[in-house]
Design a protein around this ligand. Structure first.
Ligand SMILES: [Zn+2]
Length: 290
């Protein structure tokens, strides 16, 4: 009996010291000063991200680097916040929405707009604030041609990796202010970079009265797979109410010509199948201005 008590006490002492050691290590890491010895302000770090060509870079890295990770359960977040997070529209009507991320990009956005105009198809563009600031005329052209604009953060950070609530609020409100100055309305649509979010961020977005727009069809157009395969990815997963994810913007070293070419196949084929293209707020029957 006595032996047992000693054994149990020993077990607790060992366990506590081990937990204490781990906790201590965690704290030590958190308290380590930033590598270059100064505090890493989010806006200061961002300044260094402007590419040489003057196209503001995606702070969280390219899709190719990031999306190898599984997106963090947007479907779970949708189930938890059904009035805030949307993956698709009603599956009862043959309506679908094309969406384009990471622009406006002067290299590719004009041609995407040309193709959409050619087929008379509206779309929804989730813009980076930094890029809209750089190319305001393109952001304006997007809305003038009947498309809808959403908020895709200012610098495109990985909100799960480095995003606290403060970063999210800064990114979102700065973008909202920037866009409002250019397009004369405040958008209520938000799409998280890489689709990365977690509960507390969704709750903050809910507070800010945003609708979080995810997608149900991923074209994987950033993978350099050729226009046919991009279109094939869309055809394989298409369904009534689909929100289709594509990109009109790219990191400096990447190209979106394949996206533009694939649209010339995707749009007419889906129209032949009886699908009508609408904007995201039309598809979901939600407001997009405040
Ligand atoms: Zn993006």
């Amino acid at each position: 009996m006595k032996k047992n008590i000693i054994f149990i006490l020993l077990f607790f002492v060992l366990t506590c010291s081990c937990v204490g050691f781990l906790a201590g290590e965690g704290l030590a890491q958190e308290n380590t000063p930033a590598q270059n010895g100064e505090v890493q302000w989010w806006w200061k770090k961002d300044k260094a991200r402007d590419s040489e060509q003057g196209i503001p870079e995606l702070k969280g890295g390219s899709e190719a680097d990031q999306r190898v990770q599984e997106p963090l359960g947007l479907d779970e977040l949708q189930a938890r916040y059904p009035d805030t997070v949307f993956l698709h529209g009603p599956t009862t009507e043959n309506r679908v929405a094309l969406t384009f991320d990471d622009g406006p990009d002067p290299r590719f956005t004009p041609e995407v707009l040309d193709v959409l105009a050619e087929y008379n198809v509206p779309a929804t563009f989730f813009l980076m604030g930094a890029r809209a600031e750089e190319s305001p005329e393109l952001a304006r052209r997007i809305t003038e041609e009947g498309h809808v604009v959403g908020n895709h953060t200012f610098w495109h950070p990985d909100l799960v990796e480095e995003g606290d609530i403060e970063t999210l609020v800064n990114e979102v409100t700065r973008t909202e202010d920037t866009l409002a100055n250019i397009i004369d309305y405040r958008t209520t649509l938000f799409r998280p970079p890489y689709g990365f979010l977690y509960d507390e961020l969704v709750e903050e977005l809910q507070e800010l009265e945003y609708s979080v727009i995810a997608w149900s069809v991923d074209s994987l157009d950033w993978q350099n797979i050729g226009p046919q395969e991009i279109a094939q990815n869309v055809f394989e997963d298409i369904h009534p109410g689909a929100i289709i994810l594509m990109h009109d913007g790219a990191p400096a070293e990447e190209d979106r010509t394949e996206t533009i070419e694939s649209l010339r196949e995707i749009i007419p084929v889906l129209q032949e199948q009886g699908y009508e293209f609408v904007t995201v707020p039309d598809l979901l029957n939600i407001p997009y201005q405040r």
